[in-house]
Structures are given as C-alpha cells and as structure tokens.
Design a protein. Structure first.
Length: 253
C-alpha cells in the first residue's frame, strides 16, 4: 500500500494561493521517466558522477549525483534508482541501496547545467531566491523510508552557497523508519559564514551518510521549500502518515 501523504498535500496546498506561489519545488524526482537504475559493483570505479540535464522541472535544469563507495567495490556495493517509477511507487523517487561493506556516501548537487567530468564540480550557476519573496522559512526533504541498521539514523548535511560569496550549512540525523517522514531544515538553523543570503542562492548540495556507515538504504520523494504555516501543516500530516504501511523495494546487497 502506497503512502497517502502526497495526495493529501496536493489537495491541501493549492487551497491558499499565497502559499502555493511561495513554495519552490527543488526536485520531485519525476524525471527521467521511466526511472533509471545505476549500479556500482565489483570492478567498477568506486565513484562516478551521474549528470541528468535538460530537466526543466529541476531547479537549474540539472541534477548531479555522486554515489561514492569508500573503498574497493564489492559484488554490488551500491544501487541507485532515480526518476518516475510506476510499479512500486507511482511517482518520482530517489532510492539508494548499499551493501554491508564498504560504506557509501551519496551527494545530490544542484548548481545549474555544467560538465562535471570524473568528479562533482560546483559551478554555482543557480540564480535562486529560496525565500520565495520573503515567505519561505524551511527547506524540506520528504523521506519515504530510511533503513540504518545499528545506527541512530541517516546523517545528512545541506550546503548552500550564495552569489554574495558566503555559505550556509545544516546538519541533521534522520531517524530510521519504514514510514514516510518530512525532515525540516529551518533557515534560522543553518550556520552561515561570510556574506550570505537565502534570497541569492547559486548552489545546493545535500550529502547523505557522510560517516560512511554500511548497509544504509533510503528513499526520497521530493526536496522543496515551504512557508512557515505550511511547514506546520506538513509536520502534522507527516505524524498522521506515520501509521500508514509502505511497500519497499530493494535488490540483494
């Protein structure tokens, strides 16, 4: 049974035109369609960027992903599914499944359309007002599931750079759960350096499992911003959705 939360949100958010206009969808993972699958296994390079450009639904038109195995890849160290997946989800999804050894670090990057070569390069080509004209106060990551055996959860770090020259960083631990949960990164909780403004963002990077724990799996449905009133509503709905069962997909480690 698929979670009902996305349908509920679609029904509720448009009810207030101001909130709908302010919310920025950074990535709903609806592209490509159908979804693409990537593997890092024995004999493969341990980290190769995947560039997916020409996608107008994504901020900056391009999504860059780096799945980096922290050592010699094993039989199937890491698997990534990304895009619109019909059979299990009926929506866009970013899914990572990793093996027991070695650990894998995953980075999502939104920096405009560029060429990264053999590693991620932050070209800082965005021109993005994350405040939505002054009403947005949170960046939100919608997790569909988090599997972090033997750990407190999945660690993540959000890094923003500003065209003014400064940067901002937010760190959090996402609890293990097979249910849907929204992780909020309030702008007030970011640590900023230099001259920085959320109204002048030129790159977004989100890094998962920076400590390279083994056997970490997770699924994400969207990354967006929301105004403060909507953030409270999403939190309440996320708590309600916690009781909804989910189907889960994972191939062998």
């Amino acid at each position: 049974m698929k979670s009902l939360l996305p349908a509920v949100l679609l029904a509720l958010v448009p009810c207030t035109d101001g909130l709908q206009a302010a919310m920025i969808m950074i990535d709903d993972f609806g592209a490509p369609n159908p979804a693409a699958v990537f593997l890092i296994k024995m004999g493969h390079p341990n980290s190769v960027p995947v560039e997916q450009g020409g996608l107008p639904s994504i901020v900056g038109g391009e999504r860059d992903v780096l799945v980096s195995v922290q050592g010699e890849p094993s039989v199937q160290s890491a698997q990534m599914l990304i895009g619109h997946e019909d059979s299990l989800f009926g929506r866009g999804v970013f899914q990572i499944a990793t093996a027991r050894d070695p650990g894998t670090v995953v980075t999502l990057q939104y920096d405009g359309e560029d060429i990264d070569g053999n590693e991620l390069t932050n070209s800082r080509l965005l021109s993005l007002d994350l405040t939505g004209g002054g009403t947005n106060t949170d960046l939100v990551i919608e997790f569909l599931s988090v599997d972090a055996p033997g750990a407190d959860g999945l660690d993540l770090q959000i890094r923003l750079t500003s065209s003014l020259g400064g940067a901002a960083v937010f760190d959090d631990i996402v609890p293990e759960s097979m249910q849907q949960q929204s992780v909020f990164a309030p702008y007030a909780s970011f640590n900023t350096t230099g001259e920085f403004s959320f109204a002048a963002i030129d790159s977004i990077e989100i890094e998962f499992n920076r400590v390279a724990l083994t056997d970490i799996d997770f699924e994400i449905g969207s990354i967006s911003t929301v105004p403060e009133p909507t953030a409270g509503l999403l939190l309440a709905l996320g708590m309600t959705a916690a009781g909804l069962p989910r189907r889960r997909f994972r191939q062998g480690s």
